[in-house]
Design a protein around this ligand. Structure first.
Ligand code: PLP
Length: 439
């Protein structure tokens, strides 16, 4: 199937093929961002247009998009409220390195939606994570951080460490890193409370940076009580707890942790928060804010090393306001989640009928199937469950028949433009694919 679908893809996409050849003359790996070629396709699909849930490629095909830019377009591509805001505000200035009046309302909305009082804007979630690690180290005076095995928090150097086989080492394939990152990063398995406790009791960890549900190695749910233990242990050991909700923002207004009543010291998210233009946020508690103020008052003159010129720009603030007002609302989430449940049930039926040893998981509007019978309990188990040839065969099959899912694993996201008929279309094609895979 892998080979046949690759051939079909080549036949169907002569314009993308020609564009790819041309682009290779000037772009590294032929694309403006080098992992755009990592979709398991013979050459990248060139997208002419993305509106709502529909992608149109250079060869004139239309696709139902369940990848949605891996969450960057979580509220749909170019939704009207966002394009109206852009048209209205762009002519009045994009960036000034000064605050705009929207800052006042956006601050209030952020506290209302996420429950934390103080905020900062960055250009990407990777930047936001880097900033929170710096602040946490500064205010605790501790150098180490802790992450969970097989986490992903963007291109944040400190986090590229794993503990597979019990040995802490830098992740395979890391490019150009001259430092030994293991000197500053502790790694434990998600859902392993004793290991977490042992790592934190030393009292040398500034910050635990964690997704409340792991979403970048398939999906790993927190075991009952795990997030509560994480909260209790970080509090007892004076460790700052930061939840990276960049992906789990799909679970409910305010993110996953808020929906299960766990209050972190800091929160990070980016991707869809300005409707798809680069912007991210980090928020922190009043206690952390006081400690930052005290730290700043005591430090000498000089560059903080935190912040970039385009962060907090006029256009980011206007778009963040629009997204918070128009999309981060209960009715929008309820509609998405209802449809995501339908997608989850449909996939489960397709898997159950032939008795495949696979399973499907859903967190809010985010659905993931994995080719193992039971949900993994931690990052290591999840990493072992990824079956690249099956994933790629399925992705190619779906793409050649008009449906896009996230590359690297099997994530599907429902947005306000997704309809029941899109979901039915997906299930029908997925069923045909699974039937064929079995024969
Ligand atoms: C949980 C999480 N945090 C942070 C990031 C980084 O986002 P960006 O690539 O927009 O910096 C990602 C990207 O996939 C992510 O999944």
């Amino acid at each position: 199937m892998l080979e046949r679908e690759a051939k079909l893809y080549v036949q169907r996409n002569p314009k993308s093929k020609a564009l790819s050849a041309e682009a290779s003359r000037h772009w590294l790996r032929g694309v403006p961002m080098h992992w755009m070629v990592d979709w398991g396709l013979p050459f990248p699909l060139f997208v002419e247009e993305a509106r709502g849930v529909t992608l149109k490629d250079a060869d004139g095909h239309s696709y139902v998009d369940f990848c949605l830019g891996d969450t960057g377009a979580m509220f749909g591509h170019a939704p009207d409220a966002v394009t109206r805001c852009l048209a209205r505000e762009a002519a009045r200035g994009l960036t000034t390195m000064l605050p705009s009046p929207d800052a006042v309302e956006v601050g209030k909305l952020l506290e209302d939606r996420f429950g934390l009082p103080f905020w900062q804007v960055t250009a990407t979630a990777s930047d936001a994570n880097r900033a929170v690690l710096r602040w946490a180290r500064a205010i605790t005076g501790r150098s180490k951080i802790l992450v969970f095995n097989h986490c992903y928090h963007g291109c944040v150097d400190d986090t590229f460490v794993t503990a597979d086989g019990g040995k802490v080492k830098m992740v395979e394939g890391l490019v150009g890193e001259p430092r030994d990152l293991t000197a500053f990063t502790k790694v434990v398995e998600f859902n392993d409370v004793p290991a977490l406790e042992a790592a934190l009791r030393a009292g040398d960890v500034a910050c635990v940076l964690a997704e409340p549900v792991m979403t970048n190695v398939g999906m790993v749910l927190p075991a009952p009580g795990f997030l509560e233990s994480l909260r209790a242990l970080t509090s007892e050991t004076g460790t700052i707890l930061v939840f990276d909700e960049t992906h789990t923002l799909t679970s409910s207004v305010g993110g996953y942790a808020r929906s299960v009543n766990i209050r972190p010291d800091g929160l990070v998210f980016g991707k869809p928060i300005a409707g798809g233009i680069p912007a991210a946020l980090y928020g922190f508690s009043a206690d952390v804010a006081d400690r930052i103020q005290a730290y700043l008052a005591s430090r000498g003159e000089g560059r903080s090393g935190i912040g970039t010129t385009l962060s907090g720009s006029r256009i980011q603030m206007a778009l963040i306001r629009t997204v918070l007002e128009e999309f981060m609302t209960d009715p929008v989430y309820e509609a998405n989640i209802t449809l995501a449940k339908r997608l989850e049930r449909g996939i489960a039926d397709v898997i159950i009928k032939p008795g495949l040893p696979w399973h499907v998981t859903r967190v809010g509007a985010r659905v993931e199937f994995m080719c193992v019978p039971k949900p993994p309990r931690n990052g290591f188990e999840a990493s072992q469950a990824i079956h690249k040839p099956i994933d790629e065969a399925v992705h190619r099959y779906l793409l050649n028949r008009g449906v896009v899912v996230t590359p690297f694993h099997n994530m599907m996201l429902v947005c306000p433009s997704t309809t029941e008929s899109h979901v039915n279309q997906f299930i029908e094609i997925f069923e045909a694919c699974v039937t064929e895979l079995q024969n």
